[in-house]
Design a protein. Structure first.
Length: 336
């Protein structure tokens, strides 16, 4: 049996209860009966016998000391209630040692401030909640703050924008280490999207659609696109279906989703190809056709640029099908 994937939640006074809950929901809930991987989530602190106070009358009881970080495959740093809260020196030292060992580090929301205190974000790209960007730049000027991402990685260090983007990052890290199907299983259990496209710019000053009809129209267009990913779809085609000019359609689409129509379509096609590679034995040209890439070469290029791997390597790493299992027939890119 494959050993459980070891995840460490770094705990110290001042961490946000919401981020702790997100980490616990994604990594600390046993869903192996639904086909999800086995995770071993531990709460590591300087002292495992002292509860960690959190806002709202809550407390977190650690079950490991910081020494357990040396065994972790992934280390998660929650955000802070007061974003300038100084982390204990042993926590900062443990994070520095973990990064030096090559362990993946990830901070949710204001957890970026903790990584910055440790000097781990110096001269690296990072993101935090849009309302904290100026504060992070002021107190940690060596951090290359990217203002409009949902999450970002630099040198095996991940940071995420505010609140719900922590869910996005956790699911992305599941997808990265265990495949799209594992992330989708967890997302379905949480009743959330397996991944969101776009940037946090869509949430800073989110334009209200002119009418509810406009929003409904764009939703219907996206649903149509998902059902016809295997067909050649252009922005002009989608705009015509929405009854808008291509320029107007692109503007409204980006305002609502945070991604251009072409970027959104590419994200959906990559996701469809990932599921087909995990669930079926279909040959690569057929996977490319059903996902709407047109050719295996095009699919391979997009996998390389977006996932830093090839479709064949992805299938080898994340296939969940049986030796004889496959999906046959039908025009839909994936079984829904």
């Amino acid at each position: 049996m494959k050993p459980a994937y070891r995840v460490a939640l770094v705990a110290f006074p001042g961490i946000r209860a919401f981020d702790v809950s997100v980490i616990t929901e994604v990594w600390g809930t046993d869903r192996t009966d639904r086909g999800a991987p086995a995770f071993d989530l531990r709460r590591a602190a300087t002292d495992r016998t002292t509860p960690i106070p959190m806002r709202g009358g809550l407390a977190l009881l650690p079950d490991r000391t910081l020494s357990w970080l040396s065994r972790a495959d992934l280390i998660l740093v929650p955000g802070l209630d007061d974003h300038l809260t100084p982390a204990p020196a042993p926590v900062l030292d443990a994070l520095r040692r973990a990064h030096a060992r090559g362990t993946t580090l990830a901070a949710l929301c204001g957890g970026a401030f903790t990584l910055a205190q440790a000097g781990l974000l110096d001269d690296r790209r990072a993101i935090t909640h849009w309302g904290l960007i100026d504060l992070l730049r002021t107190h940690h000027p060596r951090v290359n703050v990217v203002p409009d991402a949902l999450f970002i990685e630099d040198d095996n260090i991940w940071t995420a924008a505010g609140t719900a983007a922590g869910i996005d990052l956790c699911l992305h890290l599941v997808r990265r280490s265990h495949g799209a199907e594992a992330a989708a299983t967890i997302a379905r259990s949480m009743v959330t999207a397996p991944f969101r496209t776009g940037t946090q710019a869509q949430f800073i000053e989110h334009p209200t659609p002119r009418t509810d009809r406009d929003a409904d129209t764009l939703a219907a267009v996206r649903e149509h696109a998902l059902r016809h990913l295997h067909e050649p779809l252009t922005v002009a085609d989608l705009a015509a279906r929405a009854g808008m000019s291509a320029r107007s359609f692109a503007r409204h689409f980006t305002a609502e989703t945070g991604a251009t129509p072409l970027r959104w379509l590419l994200d959906q096609r990559i996701a469809a190809a990932q599921k087909l590679l995990e669930r079926t034995d279909l040959p690569m040209p057929e996977v490319a056709r059903r996902a709407g890439f047109g050719s295996e070469v095009t699919m391979r290029q997009h996998f390389a640029s977006r996932l830093a791997t090839s479709p064949r390597a992805y299938r080898t790493a994340f296939s969940t099908r049986s030796a004889t299992g496959s999906v046959a027939g039908g025009s839909s890119p994936i079984a829904r």
